[in-house]
Design a protein around this ligand. Sequence first.
Ligand code: FES
Length: 279
Amino acid sequence: MTQATWLTAASYTKGEPFMLEKTGIFAREWLPMCTQSQLENPGDYVSATIGGWPIFAVRADTGVGVYRNTCRHQNMMIVEKPAGQCSVLQCRYHGWQYALDGKFIGAPPLVAPADAKAPGNNLVPLATTTVQGLVFCTLRDDAPALVARTTLGEAEGNGFAPYFLHARMTDVACNWKTYVEQRLADGWQFEWPLLMVHANGAIAEQIVPRSFLRTRIVSLTRDVAAGRTEAKHAAEQAIEEAAPRVEILQQRYESGETTLLDLPTTHAFRARVQAAIVL
Ligand code: FES
């Protein structure tokens, strides 16, 4: 088979396939969440809805934790800003409070849980690991350990600074798969399912599927002390150049032209998506 035809235009333009990806891919894989550099001090936090899953990362005295962004009282969202700093996590709906390590602290008497010490009052933590300054998490309880990431490892071996830094966020009007396919066609290396690394290894992009037609790109650079400004500029140029191209590609997918970017790398990607959502 020379062409993967099982992904139709609907796969890039409709909500139902995105819901299959939410459970088949995003709930099962290790997802890039943020950089360590965004969580330097206790109380620093970053939140995102990745592939339909609201989650947040926060630094406590004991280290970085990632949690479902859901209050244990009535499941409302706790962290509403994309990033910030706090000493306590407090739900604005009825006032349940949590420590930076996710432990329930207290609640106003009228809405307090019957047993203040019940483990079910605590925020739900996700498995978390850090690779080269990137914080990864997974919603799976039984996720296999995150294996060494080949392209990241190669970059380190080639003398790059070991850590990625956050550069900027850009929203692109496209399905997340459209973005991945364009970057594969551009020759970027792919870390399944949501990280692209430029062929030169110096910049990377974290892909945040926000809905089936909105994708946030978080540009990342290597921590090169001598050339931090230049690296940031290169990352910004990369997304500014790509975003309009990807939006045009998305429009062409919407018009039914799903056989564009007919490449071995895009075929392999589509096959992997298909296998994941069928399982
Ligand atoms: S939903 Fe959070 S305190 Fe009620």
